[in-house]
Write a protein that binds this ligand. Structure first.
Ligand SMILES: Cc1ncc(COP(=O)(O)O)c(C=O)c1O
Length: 443
């Protein structure tokens, strides 16, 4: 049972918080102290309905005893084992289990500890592959405007969110270009599902290929659906067109599925959902319900096999992390995958998506909403910026929702909803009511 009593506040001074307005937060903190099912509890003992699956992580809901038991058993059994020139069975078991749900042909799995590390790993794999394949001049990367690929130097270089790049701009990776983003509110506002307009934005890839030469381009990386920049959907046919162009020119296609992986759209991956298979998929977050830091990169058998050429006693890929395939993280992932399978949570997401879509679009017409976008169990609601500046209105609605017991996510003036896949219809209604109250009172 969730606690209802207050938790004493810690001293907030020493923790430099990530992606947080630290001074603003510490003046008026939002502290979460416990979680179970669809709810957090805050430090005042109040329940907070989780409309964001934590940070797009907890697709099976919170406090799953299957996961905590697997974790405590594994820690007691073997807490840690190195994975350089050594192995432990559970990491292999997990890779095999993941290969059962990955898109066909993407059976090889490399473990990381986060989405950012998965992205860096994928970019390095692309370089490794082309070199092993006799095309070492293929070194350039192509990302996309508004893309979010984590915070490593690789990820911010191929990423396209200005604020994440500006401070570091002197030291980003060389040889990176960006496709145009696919958000077009003028043409596609309030579309349910995929926008009709915008497939031609994929043609910018042909222009970049003409500019640089395909023989110099290693990979294109995109989120099939951009989450962090505010739920930006691919126009109809766009991903398939990217696949066509990359294939034609021998360029690898990387889908960053750190958000869309593990059921968010109602299929294991967005790649399954849209039936477009890239060469590499990056994941993290919901792989183990956010229980312990973990990520995984899925790679085509062809890329893997090409990289495996070379003398038997040589390390093929000079890359890896101390915690790659960590036994405790692996145990939590296996338990999570069992929950997804036993409770058919991906199918559940799919069957709830129409209800969710109708509920979210019922907000149309409330003050300052200029767009609502949705797919699967994710939605973005975009507001016109207030006179006080971009992001002020989004933050105020987010904060008000939190104070009244619903956790949503704000990126600038875009709010995102991405509830755990165990959500009930009545809880979707609660989210929408809370949001509607907050929108009307903030104005
Ligand atoms: C698409 C995508 N890629 C990469 C990342 C980075 O993941 P992490 O914060 O685990 O490094 C995120 C995080 O939200 C993401 O949404």
């Amino acid at each position: 049972m969730l606690e209802t009593q207050q938790t004493p506040s810690p001293n907030l001074g020493n923790y430099w918080m990530p992606f947080t307005a630290n001074k603003q937060f510490k003046a008026n903190p939002r502290l979460l102290t416990q979680a179970e099912g669809m709810y957090y509890t805050d430090d005042k003992g109040q329940p907070v309905l989780d409309a964001t699956a934590g940070l797009w992580c907890c697709n099976a809901g919170h406090g799953r005893s299957e996961i905590s038991q697997a974790v405590s058993q594994q820690i007691a059994h073997m807490d840690y084992a190195p994975s350089f020139q050594l192995g432990h069975p559970i990491a292999f078991e997990l890779a095999n289990k993941l290969a059962q749900i990955s898109p066909e042909g993407l059976d090889k799995v490399f473990f990381t500890n986060s989405g950012s590390e998965s992205v860096d790993t994928a970019l390095k794999m692309a370089l490794c592959y082309h070199r092993a394949n006799g095309q070492p001049s293929r070194t350039r990367f192509i990302g996309r405007e508004l893309g979010y690929h984590g915070v490593g130097f690789g990820g911010i270089s191929v990423g396209g969110i200005g604020n994440n790049r500006k401070t570091f701009s002197g030291q980003l990776l060389q040889g990176v270009d960006h496709l145009p983003h696919t958000l077009d509110i003028e043409k596609n506002a309030f579309t349910r599902g995929l926008p009709k307009e915008g497939i031609e934005k994929a043609e910018a890839l042909e222009q970049l290929i003409t500019l640089h030469g395909a023989e110099n381009i290693a990979a294109v990386i995109v989120e099939p659906m951009s989450g962090s920049a505010g739920v930006i959907l691919p126009p109809e046919g766009y991903l398939a067109r990217l696949r066509e162009i990359t294939k034609k020119h021998g360029i690898l296609l990387i889908f960053d599925e750190v958000i869309t992986g593990f059921g968010r759209l109602g299929s294991a991956f967005a790649s399954n959902f849209w039936q477009v298979t890239p060469d590499i998929i990056t994941t993290a977050k919901a792989i183990n319900n956010g229980a312990i830091p973990m990520g995984a990169v899925f790679v085509s058998n062809h890329i893997h096999d090409t990289c495996m050429q070379g003398p038997e006693n040589m390390i093929e890929f000079f890359h890896g992390y101390t915690y790659s395939g960590h036994p405790v993280a692996a145990a939590s992932a296996l338990a999570t995958l069992n929950i997804y399978q036993n409770e058919q949570l991906f199918e559940r997401a799919s069957s709830l998506s129409q209800y969710f879509e109708d509920a979210v679009h019922s907000l149309k017409g409330l003050p300052n909403i200029i767009d609502i976008r949705n797919i699967g169990l994710v939605a973005g609601i975009q507001f016109a910026p207030s006179k006080e500046g971009v992001g002020k209105r989004g933050y105020e609605i987010f904060d008000r929702c939190f104070r009244q017991g619903t956790l949503i996510r704000a990126t600038g003036d875009i709010l995102a909803l991405s509830p755990p896949l165990i959500v009930e219809k009545s809880q979707i209604d609660d989210m929408i009511n809370s949001l509607s109250d907050a929108i009307c009172s903030v104005g």
